[in-house]
Structure formats: C-alpha cells, structure tokens
Write a protein that binds this ligand. Structure first.
Ligand code: IMP
Ligand code: MG
Length: 185
C-alpha cells in the first residue's frame, strides 16, 4: 500500500477496497464546504471542534481553507473498536479544553453513520449553551442515520458501505490513503 499513489484497489487485512472518491474530488468538495462556512460565519469567530481520530485529515484540510477568525479544539470518541460495524457504544476518551458557552460551535466529523456519535456530542455540547451549534461532515450514510436534527454541511452522501482512507480506518489501518476507498463485495 502506498498512500502517495492513486491505486484503484487496495488490500487491507485480506479485504479488498476499490477507489470510491479520488483525492482531487475530495479536495474540491472540501474547498466548497469551507466557502459555505466562510460565508455563513463571516464576522463571527467560531470554534471548530474535530472528532478524533477519523476527522484529523479532513479537519486539517478544511481549516486551511477557512478565512474567518477561528479557534480549534478536539473531542476523542471511540465507538468502532477494530471492526467494520459500530459497537453502538460511544465513549468519550478526550474532552474539550475550550469554553463553549455563548460561542459558535462547528463540529467537524469524518463520517456520520448511525448518528450515535454526533448525537452524543450534540447533547454534551448543548449542556454548555453555545451561541450556535453546527455540524460539518465529509461523508454521510443517509440510510443509517437516526438523528432528530439536521447536519448542516455534508460533503458526500454515500450508501451504507464501509469506507476507508483520508483519515478513516479499518482496524486502525489505511488512514493515510489520500483517496477514499469502499469495501469491494
Ligand atoms: P456513528 O456513531 O455510527 O455515526 O459513526 C461514528 C464513527 O464511526 C465515525 O466518526 C467514524 O470514525 C466511524 N465510522 C463510521 N462509518 C465508518 C466507515 O465506513 N469506515 C470507517 N469508519 C467509520
Ligand atoms: Mg469519527
């Protein structure tokens, strides 16, 4: 596996994944999401909160396209264990260091799948009464999500399939792939 190339197929732990969203398409969409946020938050100073580990690459690319004053912080959650199906059991591993009260909060997620993680985060953040709460996710599995609020900024709506690369892992591997790959059934 070489993250620098745009391989059509990669194999991780004997599972085949095929190219799904190439690097240049991801980059273009990240720029578009940042533009929307730049426009909608002009004159404000939001705190971007990344959800570790999966969002780290999307977060780094998105934040460099943000042209308004901003701050950053991170949550770390665990729900997937080492497999391809969420355990459904969300645990907070690292809390925020910033003060959320009366601030514009933008949560940055790699993917919303069942919606359990983002729901958990929303409840946690809302307790501290932010001025506003928004979510930007690169990927959104529309079939799975069970949440009763809207995700404000969505990069790509994808079918209910397991994806890796660009920060997303399979058993902690493949986060370094530049493009997004889907499990090849
Ligand atoms: P949710 O709580 O089911 O919405 O999923 C939350 C987290 O599970 C995401 O932030 C990802 O880190 C991880 N996840 C969900 N779907 C996938 C996938 O297809 N590939 C890799 N990780 C995933
Ligand atoms: Mg995540």
């Amino acid at each position: 596996m070489n993250s620098a190339t745009n391989e059509k197929i990669v194999t991780i732990n004997d599972e085949r994944f095929r190219l799904f969203i190439p690097e240049d398409e991801v980059k273009k969409r990240v720029g578009e999401l940042a533009n929307e946020i730049n426009k909608n938050f002009a004159g404000r100073a939001p705190i971007f909160i990344g959800v570790l580990n999966g969002a780290f690459i999307f977060f780094a690319d998105l934040i460099r396209e943000i042209e308004i004053g901003c701050e950053i912080d991170f949550f770390k959650l665990s729900s997937y264990g080492d497999g391809k199906i969420s355990s459904g059991n969300v645990k907070l591993i690292k809390d925020l260091n910033c003060q959320v009260t009366d601030r514009d909060i933008i949560i940055v997620e790699d993917i919303v799948d069942s919606g359990l993680s983002i729901d958990f985060i929303r409840k946690l953040v809302m307790k501290q009464r932010p001025r506003s709460f928004s979510v930007v996710t690169l990927l959104f599995k529309s079939d799975c999500v069970k949440i009763d609020f809207t995700v404000d900024y969505i990069g790509f709506e994808i079918p209910n399939q397991f994806v890796i690369g660009y920060g997303l892992d399979y058993s902690q591997k493949a986060r370094n792939l530049r493009s997004i790959y889907v499990l090849d059934k």
